[in-house]
Design a protein around this ligand. Structure first.
Ligand code: HEC
Length: 110
């Protein structure tokens, strides 16, 4: 095997770094305060007007980061979530994603 290839292989094996940096779930908890108004409701319905709100507690970290960036950048179309995500920096997104991803893994879930 060519030397470069095996070096790369070793690096990938030793450091399975995701392209997305890890957020801070503790900082995310505070930042996620407004989110739980909609996403923390039992049965996942908003109170009024009644519409389905997806469960995001325990959702995959990368999925949450990608979804929030997609709303923010207008790639994923949803007026409410676009407004929510536009208020978030990359760091905020990573932090709230870390917070929600950690929920349901032994802690109280949403
Ligand atoms: C006013 C209610 C409301 C608030 C507040 C709100 N959301 Fe949402 N959220 C929704 C609704 C409704 C959807 C479904 C949108 C769709 O169909 O794309 C959604 C979708 C999402 C999704 C995609 C879920 C999936 O399964 O694909 C994520 C991630 C998300 N919200 C995160 C957040 C975060 C983080 C916050 C706080 C910064 C937040 N939301 C605040 C109502 C809300």
């Amino acid at each position: 095997m060519p030397r470069l290839l095996s070096t790369l292989l070793i690096l990938v094996t030793l450091f399975p770094i995701s392209a997305i940096a890890a957020g801070d779930p503790v900082a995310g908890e505070t930042k996620a305060y407004t989110c739980t108004g909609c996403h923390g409701i039992p049965g996942y319905n908003n109170i009024y007007p009644t519409y389905k709100v997806p469960k995001i507690g325990g959702q995959n970290y990368e999925y949450l980061v990608i979804a929030l960036k997609a709303y923010r950048d207008g790639v994923r179309d949803h007026a409410t979530m676009e407004l929510q995500a536009k208020a978030l920096s990359d760091q905020d997104i990573e932090d709230v994603a870390a917070y929600f991803a950690a929920l349901g893994k032994g802690e109280a879930s949403q």
